[in-house]
Design a binder for this molecule. Structure first.
Ligand SMILES: NC(=O)c1ccc[n+]([C@@H]2O[C@H](COP(=O)([O-])OP(=O)(O)OC[C@H]3O[C@@H](n4cnc5c(N)ncnc54)[C@H](O)[C@@H]3O)[C@@H](O)[C@H]2O)c1
Ligand SMILES: O=C(O)[C@H](O)COP(=O)(O)O
Length: 398
């Protein structure tokens, strides 16, 4: 990456606790100020950004993690604000907790631990009570059982591969699997042609998909009806994937044997045979550092060069910096935008050294490197002229 000269110190705000090793990436060149009402960039974890007004100076948001349902991505896209996430950076942490929970739930450990705690104060009797009481907690081994993995992305693929190593049969479902993940997935993971096929065959089901309009409530009365009785369901993705009323009934009837979730709420806490964690999937030292570093590096790269990597709303765009100045423009994905941008640049008698244009859906991103020096008076005029082009969302000169 080419380091650019920064005109004025940019401000970065964090909305959650972000690991220091990540913030260290930014400390030297940026002002880290969590009280700032108008930051250039925000780094966030699960803070709900739907309810806040982040200021009109905002250029980038980095989600130090995977899920972006806490961010109004569509709104920011319309404003030309890049939203990044950190794909895979916390996947191992989640995988380890999923496998821990899978075994713990199969062996009734959560209930067993709670019961044992209640023996406190019975002193001499405890060992006798343990030996008579343990029959309530007889579990099942996972070896030889079938694990259904819904969503074979960064987390799902790790879970699927390692579950095979624990002697399980694994059946996976992901109609949008990426080429990279497909390469990393063991050939012994069976492919479910339909989600119903997975539901019908799994003894344990773990779900690793984003919460979207398509996935909301995917666990519901109808889908519970297809599953094997006593199925254990692990949800380390998002609470909204589960229809809670239906889950309550399925747990009471024994159709679902256990529900392990990282997303408790009042309803879930009252459910029989539900075990809740306080959203601990990504909470390891390693994962927090990985996510923070990746998020910080992506923001830094974008602010300094305009290059985009791992954005959820704009295309990955990389142009090695070879000019003296760079025009970066977000615009609608319509004909002749590049022609109009370069015409404006030429009208200032500036020569183009290199350029790139990438599109994603309705929007596109163009970067143009300028061979000449551009003086300080010209920069705002050039930005203003580009802004006047119909279809431009926002532009910035670096
Ligand atoms: N509990 C936690 O702390 C924690 C940590 C990280 C991620 N998460 C959650 O887990 C989700 C997955 O994380 P990831 O890193 O594996 O993301 P990812 O993007 O790498 O993988 C998601 C996968 O889901 C697949 N998918 C999308 N819609 C699907 C559908 N309808 N049916 C089947 N597959 C579908 C995609 O093709 C992709 O392969 C995140 O979106 C987030 O909500 C939770
Ligand atoms: O989507 C994610 O990455 C997880 O839910 C982790 O969220 P957290 O960063 O708030 O722990």
């Amino acid at each position: 990456m080419t380091m650019m000269v920064l005109e004025k110190v940019k401000t970065i705000k964090t909305l959650n606790n972000i690991a220091e090793t990540g913030l260290d990436v930014l400390r030297e060149n940026y002002l880290l100020d969590d009280e700032n009402e108008n930051p250039d960039a925000i780094i966030v974890r699960s803070f709900n950004m739907h309810a806040i007004e982040p200021g009109n100076n905002l250029k980038a948001i980095a989600r130090a993690g995977a899920g972006v349902n806490n961010i109004p991505v569509e709104q920011y896209t319309e404003q030309g604000i890049v939203v990044f996430n950190t794909p895979g950076a916390n996947a191992n942490a989640v995988k380890e907790l999923v496998l821990t929970s899978l075994m713990a739930s199969s062996r009734n450990l959560f209930a067993g631990v709670a019961w044992t705690r209640e023996l406190e104060g019975q002193d001499q009797q405890i060992s006798k009570l343990v030996e008579t009481g343990k029959k309530q907690f007889v579990g099942k081994e996972i070896r030889g059982k079938t694990l259904g993995v819904i969503g074979l992305g960064a987390i799902g693929a790790l879970v699927a591969n390692d579950a095979l190593g624990l002697g399980m049969d694994v059946i996976g479902f992901d109609p949008f699997i990426s080429v990279d993940t497909a390469w990393n997935l063991s050939r012994n993971v069976q492919r479910a042609g339909t989600i119903e096929q997975l539901f019908a065959n799994a003894d344990y089901i773990t779900v690793h998909v984003p919460l979207t309009d398509d996935t909301v409530g995917m666990f519901n009365e109808k889908t519970f009806g297809i599953m094997k009785p006593d199925v254990h369901i692990l949800n380390f993705s998002r609470g909204g994937l589960v229809d809670e009323k239906a889950m309550k009934i399925a747990l009471e009837s024994g159709q679902v044997g256990k529900y392990i979730t990282d997303f408790p709420n009042e309803n879930v806490l009252k459910m029989k045979n539900a075990v809740s964690f306080p959203h601990l999937g990504a909470s390891t030292i390693e994962s927090e550092e990985n996510c923070a570093k990746m998020a910080a590096r992506q923001v830094k790269e974008f602010l300094e060069t305009g290059n985009i990597q791992n954005s959820v709303n704009f295309p990955n765009t990389n142009l090695p910096y070879i000019g003296r100045r760079r025009v970066t423009a977000f615009h609608q994905n319509i004909p002749n935008m590049v022609g109009q941008i370069t015409s404006v640049i030429s009208s200032f008698n500036l020569n183009i050294a290199d350029m790139v244009n990438r599109s994603r859906g309705e929007y596109a991103y163009t970067m143009v490197d300028i061979e000449n020096d551009v003086n300080d008076e010209t920069i705002p005029m050039l930005e203003e002229k580009i802004n006047q082009i119909q279809g431009i969302v926002t532009n910035r000169m670096i």
